[in-house]
Design a protein around this ligand. Structure first.
Ligand code: SD4
Length: 316
């Protein structure tokens, strides 16, 4: 498995760039991959201006910020996650702690919060005035929608890392869908749906409408595709296209979805059902670029948007 002396990261959305830079620096200082991935996720969780993750995340229909997070170690295949937790400053920290356990690794609601308290992690009110204002104005304008629309105030930070020894790991964190039902759990903390990492093969993670992502266990499906010999980019495209096609044929709901992956050689991949989905790639050479993938003329195009294209982009 020790194939190279390089390390690599891929992560979702522009907002993850600062965290990936931090993670890369930490690996350079000799820190472990788990710390680097967790710190990359924490950088997004701690930033109030990102309205879909951690502090600043948009609330559910009761006006409460409920958070999901998970972590997976690709060497051991051990994973842990928290679901629908409130007031935990860095849910990813709790997910990392849970991933060390052999039993009770995925905890929801009050039980997860009790575990977090025992761990001594920091608690805070995660609802910012800006998120409260957005909640009040959305509810005043349109009430609580029966159905949350794709990428309307929701994203997930997903960070996949691969260290110099070839170990891989994945961390994810989100506030889920804006105005979701209290207690709703998305794909993000569900192993195989929102994330999966196997250092022998590669890792993948997803963002988008969780209910539709989990119907295809997309992250596991992508890793399986890589196990069958597909490079990360082809695995992402093939799995996403087949899933979207299947859902369309079945009829009914097919929300927007985007995926990222990295194979064991450190090659990155991304695919989306959007016109433009930003993701970040970083490596040991100090490069950390915001890239984009999008549908164009029926094909998936990976590119580096110019300033004009970024000006049109309004998301995190
Ligand atoms: C969820 N997949 O909770 C997450 C949210 C997300 O873009 O990534 N939205 O369903």
């Amino acid at each position: 498995m020790k194939t190279t002396d390089q390390w690599n990261f891929i992560s979702t959305w522009k907002m993850s760039r600062g965290g990936v830079l931090r993670a890369s620096r930490l690996l350079g200082e000799g820190q472990r991959l788990e710390r680097a991935v967790a710190e990359a996720v924490k950088a997004v969780e701690d930033e109030a201006s990102y309205c879909s993750v951690g502090y600043g995340g948009l609330p559910n229909r009761n006006g409460e910020v409920e958070l999901d997070a998970a972590y997976m170690d690709g060497d051991t295949l051990k994973a842990g996650g928290v679901m629908a937790v409130r007031d935990i400053r860095n849910p990813i920290e709790v997910a990392c702690a849970l991933s060390k356990l052999d039993r009770n690794c995925f905890l929801a609601g009050e039980g997860a919060m009790a575990f977090a308290r025992k761990q001594g992690v920091a608690f805070r009110n995660m609802l910012t005035p800006a998120a409260m204002e957005r909640f009040e104005s959305a509810v005043a304008k349109a009430g609580v929608p029966e159905r949350q629309e794709a990428y309307d105030g929701h994203d997930t930070v997903c960070v996949i890392g691969r260290d110099a020894g070839g170990s891989m790991a994945c961390g994810v964190s989100t506030s889920g869908l804006f105005l979701k039902h209290p207690g709703r759990v998305g794909d993000s903390p569900l192993i195989g749906s929102g994330f999966y990492a196997d250092s022998r093969v590669g890792a993948a993670a997803a963002t988008g409408v969780g209910e539709d992502i989990m119907r295809g266990c997309l992250s596991y499906a992508i890793v399986e595709r890589m196990a069958a010999g597909y490079p990360a980019q082809e695995a992402c495209e093939a799995v996403l296209a087949a899933h979207v096609e299947k859902l369309r044929q079945i009829g009914g709901s097919c929300g927007s979805m985007s995926v990222i992956a990295m194979d064991r050689e450190g090659r990155a991949g991304a695919a989306t059902s959007l016109d433009l989905f930003p993701f970040v790639v970083g490596n040991a050479a100090g490069e950390c670029r915001v890239m984009a993938v999008g549908q164009a003329d029926g094909r998936m195009r990976v590119f580096q948007p110019d300033e004009e294209e970024w000006k049109k982009y309004e998301g995190d």
